[in-house]
Design a protein around this ligand. Structure first.
Ligand code: NAP
Length: 244
């Protein structure tokens, strides 16, 4: 299948490792010019070298970081046709352990970085009458997971944003979709200290997902072939979500 992606440009946020890196790699393989961002400069530069991508160091928890990154990526690549909104997951704890500062920091990193980046990317996409905005969220946005309190709350909000934006931008050839990873083998999952055998046992496919499987979904949704799919929240989870 020709995805029609060759020559397009993409900014993949939070992409020095994990899901973001896998998405950037798959898009690069389709001939997309890539810019990636993360905080740890050495790891980011290593990843960018492997991808042949532009490295943009930045902390998405800093106010305005999303907008600055999009502007830098557009200046370097010529445009941002595909924007993949992604960052690290917030701390996991029960509601009563979360301080107001925890909430504010997570809101800045997870939510404001998304609205800032999307706001900066839209004018160029409107001009070109083509754009793909992909928000990496989580299956927790649909079926909240115990202790993932911040993620459960903020990501459900991002789904509301996804649907709203998709309607505002549809007539301009810009699609907006949320991608919900299920349990996928990245450093984030390893650090979560879960009993992965037990987790795998709860997944209908009986195994943890691979980042490349998630990246395949992202690449399809970024492609020309997905031109009539917008406002959706699509899981890549081995069947883990129960809801219809
Ligand atoms: N893996 C899963 O099973 C799973 C399941 C559901 C949802 N998710 C969600 O999907 C997203 C990606 O997960 P992942 O497993 O790929 O995580 P990961 O392996 O921890 O990778 C996160 C990436 O984002 C960057 N990053 C983190 N915080 C950042 C910040 N403040 N500013 C800029 N870059 C930042 C990291 O680099 P630096 O640390 O150097 O900045 C890294 O490149 C997370 O939000 C996670 O919660 C993951």
């Amino acid at each position: 299948m020709d995805f029609g992606l060759s020559g397009r440009s993409a900014l993949v946020m939070g992409a020095s490792k994990g899901l973001g890196f896998a998405v950037a790699k798959e898009l690069a393989a389709e001939g997309v010019k890539i810019a990636i961002c993360a905080r740890d400069e050495a790891r980011l530069r290593g990843a960018a070298e492997r991808l042949g991508a532009t490295a943009l160091v930045g902390d998405l928890r800093q106010p305005g970081a999303g907008r600055r990154l999009v502007e830098q990526a557009a200046a370097t690549l010529g445009s941002v046709d595909i924007l993949v909104v992604n960052t690290g997951g917030p701390a996991t704890m029960p509601f009563e352990s979360i301080s107001a500062d925890d909430w504010r920091g997570a809101f800045e990193g997870l939510f404001m970085s998304a609205t800032d980046a999307i706001g900066a990317a839209i004018p160029g996409m409107r001009e070109r009458n083509w754009g793909r905005i992909l928000l990496v969220t989580s299956i927790a946005a649909k079926e909240p997971i115990n202790n993932f309190t911040i993620s459960n709350a903020l990501r459900a909000g991002l789904h509301g944003l996804t649907k709203t934006l998709s309607r505002e931008l549809a007539a301009n050839g810009i699609t907006v979709n949320a991608l919900m990873p299920g349990y996928t083998m990245t450093e984030r999952l390893a650090e979560a200290k879960l009993d992965l055998q037990k987790v795998a046992g709860m997944i209908p496919m009986g195994r943890i997902g691979q980042p490349e499987e998630f990246a395949a979904l992202a690449t399809f949704l970024a492609s020309d072939r997905a031109s009539y799919i917008t406002g959706q929240a699509i899981a890549c989870d081995g069947g883990a979500l129960w809801s219809i």
